[in-house]
Design a protein around this ligand. Structure first.
Ligand SMILES: *Cc1c(COP(=O)(O)O)cnc(C)c1O
Length: 376
């Protein structure tokens, strides 16, 4: 088996031709507006709300500050129910607001928060639910809304993975009270660093925009101790250019996902997610789950063997957020409370997937996984 000579990583940002970016830079240099809701910022908000089909969007410097701000917009406090199977920023946004995360287990099929385990975790202090649409796959949004409505809770979705993904023909970001996107370099749509909050009414959009600009609600009014988390004009220009390539790039990802599905389907002990009903995926990640007793190697052995062969997958999400020292002491962080999350965190590897990944390399990765299984 010939291994690729170059290191292949789980993702690589797609970049437009540098020449195409120059005219945007010239415009910024000409009008000398660098930030503070400049012309590119306004244009990107408009184009994104049309492209995604969402009513109101506010751009941010990154997704984490968008999460932190979203909790302030709705005045969330006390306890928030969330998932341990995510990137740490989900729980960190609660920590930064002095809110206690209450971890609830996920479903094995989708890796998303299990709605049937939410009610038992609700206490008088609970004010909101913060689920994550992991790998861009929608949570059980109708069921979560039903529970939230009964108990009077807000729902804030960490939708960092879902750019361009749809559920029942609508952007997944249309569900919940607020949804947060990330435009980080590693995400399917990137502005180098960047993020957004999606909301459903103009009054809320105004409050979001005050809070991301120190709380200024006018020249002389400060409505809260807001942060500075504005997206700048360079990021916004990058976003306008990147948006032109999103659909083409997504289609390239889809081709790669299809090869993985075909080539890996007959390897015993390797599982992957099938396309979900009513969902238009964005192919942001390609997680596989290794069942050691059948495949012959455990997850870390496969992960390391791939690495020796220049294939750098990532164990998204391992360790669970609930395993990190600042959360480990919480009652809800016990592995006994989180059996499904604990199991999948020990089985998962996300394989490389990005628009410029060669299809031959995808096939090589699949052959390696096949060969290791024979060697044991
Ligand atoms: C990337 C990511 C974030 C953080 O977004 P940044 O833009 O990097 O700050 C939050 N939550 C999830 C699930 C993510 O994957």
């Amino acid at each position: 088996m010939n291994m690729p000579e170059k290191k292949i990583f789980v993702t690589q940002p797609s970049l437009p031709d540098l020449d195409e970016f120059i005219p945007y830079l010239k415009e910024i240099w000409n009008n000398k507006i660098l930030t503070n809701n400049g012309p590119f910022h306004k244009m990107l908000e408009k184009e994104l709300s049309e492209f995604l089909g969402v009513p109101y969007i506010s751009l941010f410097a990154n997704g984490t500050l968008a999460l932190v701000t979203a909790l302030q917009v709705l005045r969330i406090s006390g306890e928030v129910i969330t998932t341990p199977y995510s990137f740490v920023a989900t729980s960190h946004s609660l920590w930064w607001n002095n809110i206690k995360p209450v971890f609830v287990d996920v479903e094995p099929e989708s890796c998303n928060l299990d709605p049937e385990k939410i009610e038992i975790a609700i206490t008088p202090k609970t004010t909101a639910i913060m689920p994550v649409h992991v790998y861009g796959n929608p949570c059980k949004v109708e069921r979560i809304k039903e529970i939230a409505d009964i108990y009077g809770l807000k729902v804030i979705y960490d939708a960092a993975h879902t750019f361009g993904a749809k559920y029942k023909e609508k952007s997944i970001c249309n569900f919940g009270d607020l949804s947060i996107l990330s435009f980080h370099a590693t995400k399917v749509f990137n502005t180098m660093e960047g993020g957004a909050i999606i909301c459903h009414d103009e009054a809320t959009k105004k409050r979001i925009d005050y809070l991301k600009n120190f709380g200024f609600a006018g020249e002389t009014i400060v409505m809260a101790p807001g942060i500075n988390s504005k997206m700048n004009e360079l990021q916004a220009a990058m976003g306008l250019l990147q948006l032109k390539y999103f659909v083409g790039n997504r289609d390239k990802r889809k081709k790669i996902a299809n090869i993985y599905r075909k080539e890996l389907s007959d390897i015993k002990g390797i599982k992957f997610m099938s396309e979900l009903n009513d969902t238009e995926a964005n192919y942001s990640y390609f997680p596989i789950f290794i069942e050691e007793s059948v495949y012959g190697l455990n997850r870390d052995q496969l992960y390391n063997k791939l690495k020796e062969n220049n294939i750098n997958g990532r164990r998204y999400f391992y360790p669970l957020i609930s395993e990190f020292s600042m959360y480990k002491g919480l009652d809800s962080a016990s592995p006994l409370n989180l059996p499904v999350s604990t199991k999948i965190a020990n089985e998962v590897i996300c394989l490389p997937i990005y628009p410029d990944l060669h299809l031959d390399d995808v096939k090589k990765i699949c052959s390696l996984i096949k060969d290791f299984n024979k060697l044991k």
